[in-house]
Unconditional design. Structure first.
Length: 446
């Protein structure tokens, strides 16, 4: 799908005209192709800083080294930056953020990645220290807004005590081009979900059975394709009317199709029947969704009922059947598609936003419940992503919406697929109960 301003800014003849007219010139975002690599940061230069030595910082440094990063020269360019603020003891320690990043920001390359670590504010009884830890989030979000025009991103990880050994996977995701459209997000790394012994860094979903609903097109198709690259064995589900495109996606992913309307009364039993025959499921991606926008005063009851049935009730019913039926394996993953409309609400979307906010509450509850079995549950909240759904927006509104984020552009389905795939991997065992936005730090609800 063509993005007018991005096209203008890449055209050497028209670029000066666009600049003179004061139009934004979105930076082309670097993205990864293919599956995870053993040493994704080979040839990348990292600037590291810390307030005091901590277990979290040590684990992150070791992970960076193992992933092939080399230290940036003191005055040279930096592709990656890692700052460990977990060792703060007082508000005055925040000055270290200024001292590290003030000279570094001009040295950050286009598409640079910044990751800041801190400890959770609730883990201290010292109110001043709690304030300092929370301040790091405000700092990181603002930094992300400042460097976004270069296609660079900044994210934060609150690392809970005892979860330091779970940083590796998150760090590899957030400091790589795979997180191109994940920006200004506070992640939480916790030890609540029981840990699995093996944490492969490549072929991360080898042999795992994955169900993706709504896989015939858009985000679902991209998720299926990306997970297949990691070795997943896919069951691609969609409605009967999408049979041909679903078959194409399944063929490209080496998977099989399952035709079902997720909101049908017998859908949970039919899905369970197929998965039981395949020996159960490791990852469930609830992606199928419908948009039925209308202001509440003008909304037909059918539009309300359909949205609720497909976007929320189906998820609850299907999972109940699969979990109570013992079909979701230990160390499994539940991933639901939410939306920034679920975070912030939106005009004409009372039905849609209710379902997408419902999903946020749902994964938080499931995460608590399933942690003893090592199962994680998370929601992914996309912003504006270039899919067929987006083309229904009027041109001017679409162009304006594309600029309402720190990167001044919309995302692509692969961006969402990368985040969903990361959450499905064993290396994401520290991330559970969260709603992660993949929205380029969209202004809505930020
Ligand atoms: P899409 O309309 O392109 O694809 C949705 C798929 O779900 C289709 O293949 C459709 O046939 C299938 N589906 C719909 N109802 C179904 C049902 N009852 N049973 C089985 N399958 C059904 O949408 P998309 O843009 O790829 O969005 C995927 C998910 O991401 C949705 O949940 C959507 O709400 C969410 N999302 C998308 C965006 C975006 O910008 N594209 C933003 C935020 C959230």
């Amino acid at each position: 799908m063509s993005d007018l301003l991005s096209a203008l800014s890449r055209n050497p003849l028209l670029r000066p005209l666009a600049k003179r007219a004061g139009l934004p010139a979105p930076q082309r975002l670097s993205r990864s192709e293919g599956p995870y690599e053993e040493r994704p940061f080979a040839g990348r230069h990292v600037a590291c800083g810390a307030i005091n030595a901590t277990a979290a910082g040590d684990a992150a440094q070791a992970a960076l080294h193992a992933a092939g990063a080399s230290l940036a020269d003191e005055h040279g360019p930096a592709d990656l930056a890692l700052f460990d603020a977990s060792g703060m003891t007082a508000v005055s320690d925040l000055k270290a953020l200024y001292e590290f990043f003030h000279p570094l920001v001009p040295r950050l390359s286009a598409n640079a990645r910044v990751l800041v670590l801190t400890a959770p504010p609730e883990e201290t009884e010292d109110s001043g220290l709690a304030a300092a830890r929370r301040a790091v989030e405000g700092f990181t979000r603002s930094l992300a807004k400042e460097i976004g025009k270069r296609g660079a991103t900044a994210n934060l990880a609150y690392v809970e005590g005892g979860a330091e050994n779970r940083i590796d996977g998150l760090l590899r995701f957030l400091l790589s081009p795979r997180s191109a459209y994940v920006d200004g997000q506070p992640f939480r790394v916790s030890a609540r979900a029981r840990l699995n012994g093996s944490m492969p860094l490549t072929a991360t979903l080898q042999g795992k059975r994955v169900l993706v609903t709504g896989a015939a097109q858009g985000l679902g198709a991209a998720i299926a394709r990306r997970m297949a690259e990691e070795g997943a064995r896919l069951v691609c589900l969609d409605i009967a009317a999408s049979r041909q495109s679903l078959q194409d996606v399944a063929d490209a992913s080496g998977g099989e199709i399952l035709l079902a309307d997720v909101s049908a009364a017998d859908a949970p039993q039919r899905i369970a029947g197929r998965l039981a025959a395949l020996g159960g499921v490791d990852v469930i991606v609830h992606n199928a969704g419908v948009l039925r926008d209308k202001t509440l005063a003008k909304m037909d009851e059918r539009l309300w009922d359909l949205s609720l049935a497909v976007n929320l009730e189906a998820i609850v019913r299907i999972d109940r059947e699969l979990i109570e039926g013992g079909l979701l394996h230990d160390h499994g993953r539940l991933i639901c598609l939410s939306s920034i409309s679920g975070v912030a609400g939106n005009v004409g979307q009372t039905n849609y936003s209710a379902t997408k906010a419902g999903v946020i509450g749902y994964v938080a509850s499931r995460a608590r419940q399933l942690a003893p079995r090592g199962i994680t549950a998370n929601a992914v909240a996309p912003g504006l992503i270039e899919t067929p759904m987006m083309m229904s927006m009027p041109f001017v509104f679409r162009e304006i919406s594309r600029r309402m984020n720190s990167l001044s552009q919309s995302g692509v389905p692969r961006d969402v697929a990368e985040l969903v795939t990361f959450l499905a991997t064993p290396g994401a065992s520290g991330v559970s109960g969260q709603t992660i936005r993949v929205c380029g730090q969209n202004l809505i609800g930020a």
